[in-house]
Design a protein around this ligand. Sequence first.
Ligand SMILES: [Zn+2]
Length: 305
Amino acid sequence: MPPTSTADASSPPGQTLSHHPAQPAHWTEAIPNAEFCANCGQPRTGDFCAACGQRHLKTRLRLWPLIKQVSSMVFNVDRGLFHTFLNLLRRPGGVAKDYIRGKQRPYVNPLTYIFIGAALQMVSLFFNQSFISEGMQDSLNQLQELPPYQKPFADLESKIGDVPTAFSRVYISSLQQGYSYAALIFFCFPFAVLLMAFHSMRGEQFKLGETSVFALFMVGHMLVITAFVTTLSLRLAPAAMQSLVGPLMYFLIAMHGHTGFFQSTWISRLATTCALGLSTIIFVCSILGIFMVSLVVFIAFQSIG
Ligand SMILES: [Zn+2]
């Protein structure tokens, strides 16, 4: 606990406040003149704490400087989020390598980056959900017409209403879950484990933390890029191509990242490709799994209701 000003309630009741003429009327007024680091309690010297690196406040917080600080964290080209994004575009493997070697300050934490990728996916899903559910409803409507499916669809319809509408709603919510937590658990994690396993067979020894940094930056970047590219491809590309755009971007980003991080032999590239392919399959299966479970739960609840 840093020794704070003496204006606290623990002062003996008889003692008058006149002993401390500079005593602030409110705790916020003491902020600019604090003698001790607000974070660790060491005496204040200079602009930053020598012990813990905390920047000392010289004025009270106002809204506009706070907004400028946040926007410079996001859009600064020399460090932070935009810097990380630009460098991941140019040299994705180099960013992961810098970070693992200990040059971390210019970049955002890889876990932060994947959460930003997931947030952008949510935004793109919001704009694209009508395209996605229309596509799904069209296929289900065609299926519904086929003789073997007419009876099961009619049975379901008596329980949950229009089947294509209900299914597409559950599917959108599965995609939302897929890009929030499932990408981390069922894509990044298997990717990191498989990269470590496959590359160790080729004599490149990595720690799981190191391949995790690579996987988080790459998958984060895949989410950022596909959030934009998918939004465009759903509107511009022919229907048959749309589902290929995502995996193609994943492959290109992983191969670009491979350069400058792993060995540049073809067998090493094959190891990265296999790790990516398998973890993509695990990710897609996890979304399908979430969809199936959600569907069963949805139908069960509708049947009770
Ligand atoms: Zn400190």
